[in-house]
Design a protein around this ligand. Structure first.
Ligand SMILES: O=C(O)CCC(=O)C(=O)O
Ligand SMILES: [Fe+2]
Length: 201
């Protein structure tokens, strides 16, 4: 049974993570050198955010994949993981464990930010590897842009600095639908799986 107290705790957490998203977005706005409040205006609609409570079963002798390598397709992701470990990030061609640190929240930049910055900021490639004999739990909060938003490299990262856009513009909801189709109807050829490179020029 989904106890009401869990619901209450999750709702409270959701509210706090939303506040955190707004704050991190503001910091990101400054790091990206954008006019004050630009991202707040660009991404001020919170109706596409969601939280996922994940439970990974122990690895077996044959199989230990938790989540295959991927980049998040959204704006910013927060991950709260328990003490088990297994999350890994790809850095310079090697998988680096994201070791659990009590009380910490992992912040991940998604494909939206990669496109807005014309590839200057990279959406991190990551995966989850299951461990034997233990269950792992994580809470993942996806801070997203609204589905009707057009996503495209910003002038600050293209014409204003004399660089050609590396992505064509796309509708956020279209990209999410294509990513969902990767899961519901996995293409037989790996090269047909839709990533952000789908929009690369
Ligand atoms: O469970 C985790 O630590 C991360 C899961 C993840 O990468 C995702 O849901 O996109
Ligand atoms: Fe992810």
């Amino acid at each position: 049974m989904f106890h009401w107290r869990i619901r209450e705790a999750l709702e409270e957490l959701y509210g706090k993570l939303t506040e955190l998203g707004v704050l991190i977005q503001e910091i990101l706005n400054e790091c990206m050198g954008l006019p004050p409040g630009f991202l707040k205006e660009y991404n001020g609609d919170r109706s596409f955010d969601f939280i996922a409570a994940l439970r990974y079963s122990p690895a077996t002798a044959e199989e230990n994949n938790g989540v295959s390598e991927h980049e998040d397709g959204n704006c910013i992701t927060f991950v709260l993981q328990d003490g088990v470990g297994g999350l890994e990030v790809l850095k310079d061609g090697a998988w680096v464990p994201v070791d659990p640190v009590e009380g910490s929240i992992i912040v991940n930049i998604g494909d939206d930010i990669q496109v807005l910055t014309n590839g200057k900021m990279k959406s991190a490639t990551h995966r989850v590897v299951r461990k034997p004999a233990v269950h792992r739990h994580s809470l993942v909060f996806f801070f997203n842009v609204h589905g009707d938003r057009w996503v495209e490299p910003l002038p600050e990262y293209t014409e204003k600095i004399g660089e050609a856009p590396r992505y064509r513009r796309f509708l956020y909801s279209e990209y999410q639908q294509l990513r969902m189709r990767n899961k519901t109807h996995p293409p037989s050829r790996p090269e047909d799986v839709v990533h952000i490179t789908h929009y690369a020029i």
